[in-house]
Design a protein around this ligand. Structure first.
Ligand code: 2AM
Ligand code: CA
Length: 270
């Protein structure tokens, strides 16, 4: 039976809005905060409850679909066959805890590895970014224009200061040179929000050296639908089954960064 993508889109949007209401309501309640891999890697009861909410809805409505999510429960995927929902219930958990803003729900729905629907919901601003394969991208009801090129010297780039100080992923000098040459840098602390900002042109590029598929699965669909480019920082294609570096940018800018700035960067493979 042919998949009804309009139906999937409609359910996904309704669930994202419903989850957003619960997250907003949680601002009035006490949060339970736990640490994961290190003391800055945080998870709250709301991350877990929101992920459970989506898992329950998907399993009930689309039992044949598979799920990859940031928190505890998800299918251990070793391939991208079929329909897969890649879910980050709260991207920017640290912002959610400390600022109650600059976080988002991020959901990418893929079929056999091809991005079909990308949703990023900036809950606090009530901005739902949506990319549908072949149909463009929207913020709420407004269609977003295609992304034009921009030169490095006129670009605003989203990048965390971590990557221009001593770290275990990249020689700080590589991005240091780029940071000196661009018009400005910004860091919002949520990969999903920063990719949504690439889509709207608020920033021209976003770079991270350590992202998981649930951080970028939705953003990739939205940005690519607008003519933007997403690869690893080496220029190699992204792989939804692994963590990696990410460079998301307007097309010309992506090329200039790859050709002139990251030529000495080799990503470590585990
Ligand atoms: P999170 O808030 O859902 O954990 C912050 O710079 C951005 O990087 C956020 O999108 C954050 O997602 C993500 N991030 C932080 N640490 C990460 C890690 N160890 N692996 C993958 N993504 C990470
Ligand atoms: Ca995340």
């Amino acid at each position: 039976m042919a998949l009804k993508w309009n139906e999937i889109e409609s359910y996904a949007k309704d669930w994202v809005k419903e989850a957003g209401e619960s997250i907003k309501a949680s601002f009035q309640k006490k949060l339970t905060v736990q640490t994961k891999s290190n003391e800055n890697d945080l998870v709250t009861n709301m991350d877990k409850e929101t992920e459970q909410f989506f898992i329950g809805k998907i399993r009930n409505t689309f039992p044949e679909h598979r799920i990859m999510g940031e928190e505890e429960e998800h299918d251990q995927l070793t391939d991208l066959k079929g329909v897969i929902w890649i879910i980050d219930p709260i991207d920017g958990t640290m912002n959610f805890i400390h600022q109650q803003r600059n976080f988002a729900i991020s959901i990418g729905i893929y079929e056999n590895g091809i991005g079909k629907i990308g949703l990023i919901y900036d809950v606090v601003h009530d901005e739902l970014y949506c990319g549908i394969k072949g149909r463009g991208a929207y913020v709420n009801e407004t269609k977003l224009p295609k992304l034009n090129g921009v030169a490095v010297k006129k670009a605003i780039v989203g990048v965390n200061a971590t990557w221009v100080t001593e770290n275990d992923k990249i020689d700080p000098a590589i991005l240091g040179r780029l940071v000196k040459d661009v018009r400005g840098t910004r860091s919002y602390g949520s990969a999903a929000i920063e990719m949504a900002y690439v889509a709207t042109g608020r920033v021209d590029a976003y770079i991270s050296l350590r992202l998981a598929p649930w951080d970028y699965a939705a953003g990739a669909i939205i940005v690519e639908e607008l003519g933007g480019v997403i690869t690893k920082l080496t220029g190699a294609p992204i792989n939804l089954l692994e963590k990696s570096s990410i460079l998301v940018a307007k097309p010309d800018l992506h090329k200039e960064i790859i050709d002139h700035y990251v030529t000495n960067f080799k990503e470590q493979t585990k």
